[in-house]
Ligand binder design. Structure first.
Ligand code: CAA
Length: 281
């Protein structure tokens, strides 16, 4: 039975993942190379828990209880006792491969190693470990405490037992699962990123203003955010990284990232997190 969960990476996704596991009773150890990032993640988790308590979504006492279940560390070796690990570091293949190689040598045998990757092949990640049958994709959506979906991706070697144990965890977190085969972008980003990229092309070609593109999609198709607002929310560097995974993975020009997206990332205009993207924050 899973009691202790390791979370690797204390960014936007990592803090949300640590939040929900701790909220539903798991002991959580969150790891990042930067202490400042860990401090920021813990502050964000507390803020989001307080927001949930204020709205009456969770009991007031759960804020302190949940925080009490989270420990942070800058030493990956502290993850040795976890029963389940979720990696949520930056979306770069070489970095993920390096982390899984190292993690595999640290975490006790029998523990499942999951990746929150939004697009990198699980089969490839699994191949650098000595337990490819115990590696799986567990893709949470942002903001993690709010979004109902977890995409679960079976790699080529993922065992039925690993899949069953991961499905159980999704249910324990009171989330819904959509199961995908291991092909670039899985389900959600296969459909979402081309839509966002097309919205950027529409802006690039002068079809309409950013405001009108978003208004059209938001009010015309009942999406909670327009595609350019959503791109700023996800982070333009992440959107570009996923677009490149689709483009490289399928070798199909229909997935080519819009030059405007590339230029904005080069300029460091990454959306909400950098204060500037399609909009100013
Ligand atoms: N933690 C806890 N609660 C949060 C939260 C957080 N981080 N962010 C928002 N909330 C809560 C709010 O407290 C509020 O609660 P109530 O409904 O109880 O009042 C609720 O969520 C709605 O929030 P807001 O009122 O602040 O604002 P909103 O109605 O505009 O909703 C949103 C915000 C939930 C983010 C909504 O705009 C939305 O659903 N946007 C689309 C999100 C989306 O598409 N995410 C997927 C991105 S793609 C991805 O993640 C995959 C990938 O690989 C790129």
């Amino acid at each position: 039975m899973v009691k202790t969960v390791g979370v690797l990476g204390a960014g936007q996704m990592g803090n949300g993942i640590a939040h929900v596991f701790a909220q539903f009773g798991y002991q959580v150890i969150i790891y990042d190379i930067a202490q400042a990032q860990l401090d920021k993640a813990l502050a964000t988790i507390r803020q989001n828990l307080e927001r949930q308590a204020k709205k009456g979504a969770i009991a007031e006492s759960l804020v302190a209880e949940t925080m009490g279940r989270i420990r942070s560390t800058t030493e990956m070796s502290d993850l040795a006792p976890v029963d389940f690990a979720v990696e949520a570091v930056t979306e770069f293949e070489q970095l993920k491969l390096e982390i899984f190689r190292k993690l595999d040598g640290i975490v006790q045998p029998g523990a499942i190693l999951a990746s929150n990757t939004s697009s990198i092949p699980i089969t490839k990640i699994a191949s650098v470990t000595k337990r490819p049958d115990q590696v799986i994709g567990m893709h949470f959506m942002n903001p993690v405490p709010v979004m109902k979906l977890v995409e679960v991706i079976r790699g080529h070697a993922t065992s039925d037992e690993t899949f069953a144990r991961t499905s159980e965890l999704v249910a324990k977190l009171e989330k819904e699962m959509a199961v995908s085969q291991d092909y670039p972008g899985f389900i959600v980003n296969r459909v979402l990123i081309p839509m966002i990229n097309e919205a950027i092309f529409a802006l690039y070609e002068g079809i309409a203003t950013a405001e009108d593109i978003d208004k059209g999609m938001k009010l015309g198709t009942n999406q909670p955010m327009g595609p350019l607002t959503l791109a700023d929310f996800i982070g333009l560097d992440t959107v570009l990284a996923i677009a490149n995974v689709l483009y490289d993975g399928f070798k199909d020009p229909k997935y080519r990232p819009c030059p405007l997206l590339v230029k904005m990332v080069n300029a460091g205009h990454l959306g909400r997190k950098s204060g500037r993207g399609f909009y100013t924050y």
